[in-house]
Design a protein around this ligand. Structure first.
Ligand SMILES: Cc1ncc(COP(=O)(O)O)c(C=O)c1O
Length: 382
């Protein structure tokens, strides 16, 4: 008998039934080094399924704009910043002073850390999640507390609230979450923001916002229906769906007061004219976003289908990547793929057997599955 798709996924996806297989880390402090985790030497010919980029290239209008720009490189980007901030603000229905442009979300995360973290302050984040801000927190002398995701791979907001206590600092929420691709429901987040002590700022990272399709995910952006609170910053990036990761541009939306504080930490003239003009062209191309999201949903479904055919559990994702349970230490899988010229995501403890795969183009994914099928069987432990 055919199993309906939803039910199939409930069985396939790790959840309550298989939670025992998930390692539980407690309130561990961040002890990593972001830079040492990054940018493993990538041979130019490697298939790159490791950084959640857009494998199809930059959006075409951004690309066209860039091609014509070499002769403008002698000019500072003067009005371009304002034009882009205005365009973003108009789309989101907010005033321009609420939009903070940055060299990718990375710079906006760094600005937030510089404003709201320091000695005696705390960064609270999920485990696993996108860890860049932990490095900034550590640089600022703040304590980092990592709170395991729930069994559904959502942020454990109650536990985060408990850990916040009466302190001060930042709560980082990545929604959809990298590396799990899962979402934390909007209603839960709204209640969380209401209860959070006033000494905390919530940094809502919506880098993968555009890939969420359908309402079943209980996801709603905090930009499209803003919460008027000085305690809230929402970040977005041009690196993912727009395919402009190499350009380094993103933005944050906050209240005017919070945006002013962030801007005070910004390096002046840091974003290049090329980045800003490419982002502007991309912004004016909503068809690109729609088409890329639809294509990604198809790629995601094909990934599920291939995993299902091999009996591999996958965490259901709302992003342009997914985590699959390899049934072995993920380092072995990463090495196997690397030897075959395919780069996949790094380890994300405590999900020690899970590999994060960024979806590539169909030929790239064909190669991915071919390589997967050549992985040597594990020797039995007995
Ligand atoms: C959740 C999340 N936020 C931010 C970033 C960094 O984005 P950007 O390229 O805009 O700095 C990434 C990159 O992978 C990410 O996964």
């Amino acid at each position: 008998m055919a199993i309906p798709r939803r039910q199939f996924f409930r069985q396939m996806m790790i959840g309550a039934g298989t939670a025992a297989t998930l390692p539980v880390i407690g309130k561990s402090a961040w002890s990593g080094n972001w830079r040492s985790l990054q940018f493993d030497a990538a041979p130019g010919t490697a298939i790159r399924l490791d950084s959640n980029e857009n494998p199809y290239g930059p959006c075409s209008k951004g690309c066209e704009t860039l091609k014509g720009m070499a002769s403008s490189a002698n000019r500072y980007p003067k009005h371009d910043y304002i034009d882009l901030a205005e365009a973003i603000a108009a789309t989101h229905g907010v005033s321009r002073e609420r939009v903070v442009l940055g060299c990718g979300s990375a710079e906006n995360l760094r600005m937030a850390a510089a404003c709201y973290l320091g000695p005696g302050k705390t960064l609270i984040m999920a485990s696993p999640t996108f860890e860049l801000i932990a490095q900034y927190a550590q640089n600022a002398g703040a304590q980092v507390i990592m709170v395991p995701l729930t069994r559904d791979h959502a942020h454990d907001l109650n536990a985060m609230l408990e850990r916040a206590g009466t302190g001060q600092g930042v709560v980082y929420i990545c929604n959809p979450n990298n590396p799990t691709g899962t979402v934390t429901p909007r209603a839960d987040l709204e209640a969380f923001v209401r209860k959070l002590p006033s000494g905390y700022t919530v940094l809502m990272d919506e880098a993968y916002h555009h890939f969420v399709i359908g309402s079943g995910a209980a996801y709603t952006s905090f930009i499209d229906r803003p919460v008027e609170s000085d305690q809230l910053i929402v970040t977005r990036t041009f690196s993912k769906i727009y395919g402009l990761a190499g350009m380094r541009i993103g933005y944050a939306v906050a209240t005017p007061d919070t945006a002013r504080r962030l801007m005070a930490q910004k390096v002046d003239w840091a974003m290049s004219l090329l980045a800003v003009r490419a982002a502007m062209a991309a912004w004016n191309d909503p068809d690109h976003v729609r088409n890329a999201a639809t294509r990604n949903a198809g790629d995601r479904q094909e990934f599920y289908n291939q995993a299902k055919a091999r009996g591999i559990p996958v965490i259901e994702s709302q992003a342009n990547f997914a985590m699959m349970d390899s049934g072995r230490p993920v380092e072995e899988v990463i090495d196997h793929f690397k030897r075959n010229n395919v780069l996949i995501g790094r380890p994300f403890p405590p999900y020690t057997s899970y590999a994060r795969i960024s979806f590539g183009t169909p030929p790239e994914m064909q190669e991915f599955w071919r390589v997967w099928d050549t992985m040597p069987a594990r020797k039995s432990a007995a």
